[in-house]
Design a protein around this ligand. Structure first.
Ligand SMILES: NC(=O)c1ccc[n+]([C@@H]2O[C@H](COP(=O)([O-])OP(=O)(O)OC[C@H]3O[C@@H](n4cnc5c(N)ncnc54)[C@H](O)[C@@H]3O)[C@@H](O)[C@H]2O)c1
Ligand SMILES: [Zn+2]
Length: 393
């Protein structure tokens, strides 16, 4: 196994064992989609040569005073980014993250300093997001004369990229008619309207409160977060401290991790996410039965078997799935469908139905009716639980 493959494997084991996922992402996540990061003046000026000629660095351009002094220049920069983020498709790694997020028994949240909206483009729900520096797809009044923000969809920038200047009229505030700016936190920015971010933060806090400390098995997958503006790193480190989470840090240049329990992967995000996902698939030890005919619960097999019950069936029925994995000995999996739209997977430890105590179950919302896939996911969750039980002993 190459060293990359063994780190992918270790990361996959941590993710398979987790029941809550925190994705923490910085600008490096977008690099494989073709979006520039802003690493140092050199990286920034490579992406914006006109700003190099004007000897303006990121901190100087990303400053509300630049909007006051020279709106066409400030909007030349932000208009270029708005246009670029709109027309770029997120790379396959974001879809992979979205897939993992749906398997987490206790859910997934995203914390990102990226303003590009690419997580939502890749399928993440707005409720899962905390965009700590705001979003380029939202505008606010420069003044500001009102506290609400609005979507930037109606504004289509026309640009002179060569000179980093906006050619058409900049967007204006619908209330006072003054200049509008992106609802992004800039440097020395006292007028940033943080209400949208605060609402996201509040939702995130409520979710975190549901993760009982010491009970939930939380994993942080941190991707492309730099050290110069450390908001994302601080957040992932805080989650690790507060929730005893393990971290999988993906960064080609800065992948050091705090302990040997964690995993640092020194590759680009796409390569790492594809590698971990492949390793996750290999971890699946459960094969559906040759004959998928549902059998009655009374034939519940106990030791070494995984069992899926389907409440939609006329009587409580079960599907037996043989597994050779000794970790499953004495364990059962129920896949229960509660409603057509929102089925639930319930994992239960025990050998026979009467041994299945309510306290030993974990539930997760699944996107579809229990299928082979749902059962496979349930099995993975159970594998993770068995692994943790083993560690505790
Ligand atoms: N897409 C965006 O929204 C975007 C883009 C650039 C900058 N920004 C903003 O600029 C600020 C810069 O902070 P930052 O720390 O996120 O970015 P940064 O530019 O300072 O650092 C980027 C990090 O990503 C790593 N990286 C480079 N290529 C990578 C790849 N292929 N895969 C994974 N990682 C890779 C780098 O080693 C570095 O550590 C933030 O406030 C952010 O909001 C946003
Ligand atoms: Zn206004």
């Amino acid at each position: 196994m190459s060293s990359n493959e063994s780190t992918f494997q270790k990361a996959a084991e941590i993710i398979a064992a987790a029941d809550a996922l925190v994705i923490a992402a910085g600008a490096g996540l977008g690099v494989d989609s073709g979006l520039p990061d802003f690493r140092g003046n050199e990286g920034f000026w490579k992406a914006y040569p006109a700003l190099a000629r004007a000897n303006l660095n990121f901190m100087e351009v990303a400053d509300p005073r630049t909007f006051e002094r020279d709106p066409a220049l400030a909007w030349g920069f932000y208009g270029h980014r708005l246009d670029l983020y709109r027309r770029t498709a997120p790379h396959a790694g974001l879809g992979i993250l979205c897939g993992w997020s749906q398997r987490m028994a206790l859910g997934t949240r995203v914390f990102t300093s990226n303003v590009d909206g690419h997580f939502q483009k890749a399928g993440f729900a707005p409720e899962q997001m905390h965009e700590c520096h705001g979003s380029i797809h939202h505008l606010q009044c420069m003044e500001p004369c009102k506290s609400s923000v609005w979507r930037a969809d109606d504004f289509v920038p026309e640009l002179d990229d060569e000179n980093c200047r906006l050619l058409n009229a900049p967007p204006t505030c619908p209330v006072c008619g003054g200049l509008a700016r992106p609802n992004i936190l800039m440097f020395g920015d006292w007028n940033w309207l943080a209400g949208r971010r605060e609402a996201q933060r509040h939702r995130e806090e409520n979710w975190l409160a549901t993760l009982a400390v010491g009970q939930a098995n939380v994993v942080v997958v941190e991707i492309g977060a730099g050290t110069a503006i450390p908001s994302v790193r601080h957040f992932s480190q805080w989650i690790c401290r507060e929730y005893g989470a393990r971290i999988v840090r993906i960064n080609p240049r800065e992948s050091q991790v705090p302990s040997s329990m964690d995993v640092g992967i020194a590759t680009g995000s796409l390569q790492a996410l594809l590698g971990i996902d492949a390793a996750l698939h290999r971890l699946t030890t459960v094969r559906p039965a040759q004959d998928p005919t549902l059998t009655n619960q009374s034939t519940h097999p106990a030791m070494g078997k995984l069992v899926a019950f389907d409440e939609h069936a006329p009587s409580k029925t079960s599907q037996q799935i043989p597994t050779e994995n000794p970790q499953f000995a004495g364990a059962g999996v129920e896949v229960l469908t509660r409603e057509e739209e929102k089925p639930e997977v319930v994992l239960t430890l025990g050998t026979t139905p009467d041994q299945l105590s309510p306290g030993s179950s974990t539930s997760a919302c699944m996107p579809k009716r229990p299928s082979e896939k749902a059962i496979e996911i349930a099995a993975k969750m159970l594998a993770g639980r068995a692994m943790r039980e083993g560690e505790r002993r």
